[in-house]
Write a protein that binds this ligand. Structure first.
Ligand SMILES: Cc1cc2nc3c(=O)[nH]c(=O)nc-3n(C[C@H](O)[C@H](O)[C@H](O)COP(=O)(O)OP(=O)(O)OC[C@H]3O[C@@H](n4cnc5c(N)ncnc54)[C@H](O)[C@@H]3O)c2cc1C
Length: 487
């Protein structure tokens, strides 16, 4: 069996683990980082950037977002059903963290909103190819480089499997496996768990959240993120707190079509459920968390976005009403070409019909019910939406065939939560007592959203990962120092 000795073991090399390793090493600790995959970065390699509040970008861009404003917003949004001290420490540190990242070579495009109603807290990492998905991989590479400069030993393809404690309950090591399944034991004084949740573990998701992956839940599933850290922590005596999906709705079956299709169908169009009824002011559907929550209450956990040819022509000519940074191009003039291609290729994500009744049959909705809703909606377009108060500018009648529909399902990024931590990122038992030497950060320990991801302050989950990683790193290094001083 291979054996190592160090002061701090960081379990995993996503942004939380990388930040923890760098911070602990900067604070003088000897660190080994173990990562299950052959590369570092985790889910964050797919993302664009972390939250920052009170940063120089916001000041330069004259954006009105202070820690007090963000904190009050956040706590009200989560109904104070979360650890306010942890949230405050995270927000307080977030601007410093943006600077800390810059000091190690990360560059940012600025501070952005995800969608119009969000605050500009999303600090998108600069790449060599402009703004786009995967930008945050540049941040991860800078963290990895910095960790190596500081002498952090990184063991790739080395999953941790168990936290080891001595007879007095203090962390004394981490048991891992090498890529052939052989034991690797690392003795240490402190361990930081940051394995990114369980988004790729359908059984765990079912057990913890009730969703069935691939049926009523379509979250991103990053290989390797199967809940190892959560289970290790629970086994080590840490309190179990609810595991949730970090929800964000998705449109089904249009990924192989040009982006304009998803862009058009996710506008504040008419949205109905399987009963053919509206359920919300569709403008609010531009917040993917709100939309996913709304879907989760519907029969079959599905909703449909419906437009007619006139609306499609309007968007194709004038551009869409709402853009997000993920679907950032308002120009959808290629929509009709894309629809033709969808038809020719037999794409099943787009429903195209010559009458509302035919569309209803395709969607599995009672035709009379849908016809009634469309008739009423068309009246609202003239008289105002007395049902859900949708703004006039988004109200466009559904009259001209062909009619188009696409389905929304519950989706999300992965799981958040499971491990109870306090504001020092100490992993705690059911009496709030820290397990001595055990810390957790990132998605495994992200218990701050209550039941709904806080998309109004975007960059929140990567922000939480990097900032709690840093907190865990600094607290673990200080703990090691104390233990060594006490002999
Ligand atoms: C497509 C996409 C886009 C996103 N965009 C954004 C965004 O722009 N802004 C934002 O705030 N959030 C975004 N997120 C969410 C964000 O990426 C996560 O919140 C963040 O990556 C969580 O960091 P983490 O370090 O906790 O976990 P992860 O980044 O998931 O890293 C976990 C790591 O743990 C490793 N691991 C697992 N088990 C073990 C084990 N037993 N031993 C050792 N290693 C192990 C995994 O291999 C992985 O490397 C996005 C997510 C996705 C999927």
């Amino acid at each position: 069996m291979a054996a190592y000795e160090t002061q701090v073991v960081v379990i995993a090399g996503g942004p939380a683990g990388l930040a923890a390793a760098v911070q602990a090493a900067e604070d003088g600790a000897e660190v080994i980082l173990v990562e299950k995959n052959s590369t570092v970065g985790g889910a964050a390699n797919m993302g664009m950037g972390p939250l920052g509040i009170g940063t120089k970008y916001q000041k330069r861009q004259m954006l009105d977002i202070s820690i007090e404003k963000a904190y009050r917003m956040f706590m009200e949004y989560s109904h104070y059903n979360v650890d306010g001290r942890l949230v405050k420490r995270y927000f307080d540190q977030s601007a410093d963290t943006i600077q800390w990242l810059e000091d190690m070579g990360v560059e940012f495009e600025g501070a952005f909103r995800y969608f119009a109603k969000a605050e500009p807290t999303w600090h998108i990492v600069k790449t060599d190819q402009g703004i786009g998905p995967r930008a945050a991989s540049f941040m991860n590479m800078a963290l990895y480089k910095r960790a190596q400069e500081l002498g952090v030993k990184v063991l790739l393809e080395t999953p941790a499997v168990k936290i080891l404690k001595d007879d007095d309950g203090f962390v004394c090591g981490v048991l891992c496996h090498d890529k052939d399944g052989n034991d690797v034991e690392i003795s240490c004084l402190a361990a930081i768990i940051a394995t990114g949740g369980a988004g790729a573990n359908p059984e765990f998701i079912k057990e913890q959240t009730g969703y069935t992956w691939g049926k009523d839940m379509f979250n991103f599933a990053i290989p390797g993120n199967v809940g190892d850290g959560i289970k290790m922590a629970w086994e080590a005596g840490v309190d179990r707190v609810p595991v949730r999906i970090e929800q964000a709705a998705g449109i089904s079956g249009v990924d192989d079509l040009p982006q304009c299709v998803g862009n058009v169908m996710s506008q504040p169009n008419l949205i109905v459920n399987l009963h053919g009824k509206r359920i919300m002011d569709e403008e609010m559907s531009t917040n993917p968390t709100f939309l996913s929550n709304a879907i989760s209450h519907q029969k079959g956990r599905i909703l449909f976005s419906i437009i007619d040819t006139n609306i499609a022509k309007y968007y194709a000519k004038n551009g869409v009403d709402e853009i997000s940074l993920v679907r950032s191009d308002p120009d959808v003039s290629d929509f009709f070409d894309a629809i033709k291609a969808a038809k020719d290729s037999g794409n099943e994500g787009m429903y195209i019909a010559d009458s509302i009744e035919e569309l209803a049959e395709m969607l599995g909705i009672d035709p009379d019910a849908l016809a009634e809703t469309v008739e009423e909606y068309n009246r609202f377009c003239v008289e105002g939406d007395e049902e859900f108060f949708k703004q006039k500018k988004y109200l466009r009648p559904i009259t001209k065939a062909p009619f188009y529909a696409a389905a929304f399902h519950c989706g999300g990024y992965g799981t958040v939560g499971g491990i109870r931590i306090n504001e020092y990122c100490e992993a705690c038992d059911a009496d709030d007592e820290p397990i001595p030497g055990l810390y957790a950060a990132g998605a495994d320990a992200c218990n701050i959203y209550d039941d709904s991801y806080m998309f109004l302050l975007p960059g929140n989950s990567m922000g939480f990962a990097v900032n709690t990683g840093r907190i865990a790193g600094m607290e673990a290094a200080a703990y090691v120092q104390d233990v060594l001083e006490e002999g």
